[in-house]
Design a protein around this ligand. Sequence first.
Ligand code: C2E
Ligand code: MG
Ligand code: MG
Length: 752
Amino acid sequence: MTQRPRTWSLNLYLAGFGLVSLLLMALLAWWILLRIDAMDRSLQAAEAAGAREELQHALHDRLVEMRKAARKLAAWDEVRQQFAQPAYYAYWRMHRLHKPGILPADVVASELYDRTGQRLGSFRDALLPARLPDPPRERVFLDTRHRLVIEQYQPVTDPDGRRLGWLGLRWALLPGLQRAVYTHLDPETLHVEGMPPAGIPPERLLDHLRYAIRPSHAKQAVLELLYAVSLQTALVVGALAFSFYLLFRHLVSNPLHRLARLVRALGSGEETPLARARFPITELEVVRASLQAYHERLQETRRVLDDRNRELWLLAHRDPLTGVLNRRAFDEDWTRADGTSGPAAPMAFLLLDCDHFKAINDTYGHQVGDEVLRRIARGIQHSLRASDRLYRLGGDEFAALLPRCDADCAREVAERCLEHLDGEDFTRLGIHEPVRVSIGIALAEGERLPPLDELKRMADTAMYHAKRPNRHRIQFYSGHMDREGGMLYSSRVLHAVERALNTGEGIEMHYQPVVDLVSGRTLYREALVRIRMEGALLAPGRFLPVIEAHRQEVELDLAVLEAIRRDIERGGIPEHEGVSVNVSGMGILRREVMQALERLAAAAGGRALILEITETAYIAQIEQANHQIGAARALGYQIALDDFGSGYSSLRYLATMPFDIVKFDISMTRQLAGGKPQRLLTERMVEMLTEAGYKTVAEGIEDAATLERVRQAGFACAQGYHLGRPAALDAPAQAAPARGRAAVGGNRSEDP
Ligand code: C2E
Ligand code: MG
Ligand code: MG
């Protein structure tokens, strides 16, 4: 792992720099002081040497002067005369010699000595000794009055050079020395120390002279100047360093600090007044302004990106046709909702589906179909509350999520939807059949949100219940729906249906005879589909809703027509009997189904072929269906209107469509056993249709009495368990009542 180098703040560096500078400055000051001191000491030494030299010169000069003066005095005639007449010496000494101006200044005593060394005369005031010292050398000493004196003895000779005697002089030494001119030495301070009482020769006097050095003003001035300059330099350097520190802090350190805070604030997205504050240094101001501009550009880019993101999100999550949210948005919303711990308030899930939308689409074209979807979406959206979300899950299937919505609220919203859509005028689009929407509702209540699949399945189940005939178009999911349609939604059934449709495996056709009531002959057999699942047979009532729910009617039609064709080809159906096939409303409109019908017709040989169409399947596609039916007739099919009387617009269809056979629904057959009005209604209907040229078939003949009633009512044919159950081809026929049984042989009948 690489170690990142440590970093310190600029202020810390600055403080360190200041500290080191202070230390260096202190060292420098100390060194300068040392240098000045050393210079002072060397100057003092030079001064001392100079002073000593000066004193030496002064002493030498003084001695030379004194000797010269002594020699001059010794050569004075009057002195010589004293040796000739010593009797006058005392008088001469007092009145002449000691008179001012005769003896040189500084001479404090003088005496004359004869050739033997004896002082001429004896005086009370005589300071010089009575006898000439031997040898008569110069001697310096302190006299009784503590004056520094020097005694000299100068030989006195006659002009011929014969010695007459001696002149002794005692000089005060200091005054003469003090009069000399000195540069270094202070003459006022001149004094003697350590002088032996016996005195010393003048050459050694220098060692006993003490003095002070005259204070040198120049030197003092130079030193003071040096001190002052050092101090001022130190002060200036200190002031400069301090100003540099302040300037650096103000111009660099603080701005950098602010810049760092600014960068940090910009990085974390905080709003900071620093972003606008200007810097005193141009370069930093450029950096700040660039950062600010860069940040603003970044913000702008982010805004643009956000907008683009929103647009993309909308593109990705909106259904382009209707403008409502799409399946992807639905899945994401659900994943999110699924992740939450549970709804605090109940939530409703509405599944809305347009009945027979595919037929509308196929009949009126995609443009009309699209417009219908748009209007449905608009209608639902208007009926929802602001907080509700509407999704188009695909095709004509819409889902709405209603947060904080209980059963009453959900019902209210669903009713508003139906009201809105019922109020919509679809005839403007050229659609004459009612466009209806069924709504299945599942409620999520309680602590935990049920998983999406589960809620969707519940709403799905409710919706299929809503789609069933004679049911209210709004259905709330309840547990009994599961029990009722348990098989319907079991994955085993779904699997069996899926396999049957994809591979044809498990599809088994049962055939039920349709008997001519006059001859008692089986005219043809109705092919009824079953799906085999794990040994059991599923009747259409079990799997048709699944197929319708998955819009797989056409696939079923194709599989059925193919199975019937195979049954015919392997000789399962006698040549003299016809086959009646049921085709879904969707199938009628599809080319593939027409082609399958064509193949079946080709395989049928001379057998009669009947095409049964359920009236309810007819709602939307009359024109196109008519065209297709025309094509089927051209192939040799007779067309039967199935389950006549179970719907409500049967007569309208009959008037506009080319049917050959009308099969009365079991409910109509049963009416024959009801009160007179119902019986009459059915009877008249049969009469009327027979007169109009239709062949009538009564469904649901379960016993002999019913058979008799339908015969009385004038039906041409009949079908029912009493005449023969739907049965597989290879089973022998089950016993049937006398009049119908002849025609129903060769089949294995199923249980009621
Ligand atoms: P449908 O076409 O009206 O068929 C007649 C139905 O009535 C059959 O039910 C038949 O078993 C039943 N039935 C016959 N005699 C009696 C009776 O005496 N009493 C009672 N109560 N019922 C009787 P199944 O086979 O369950 O078929 C129900 C419906 O499923 C059919 O009604 C038809 O609409 C549809 N279906 C059946 N097979 C096919 C098929 O191959 N293709 C298509 N598209 N639909 C089919
Ligand atoms: Mg039928
Ligand atoms: Mg029927």
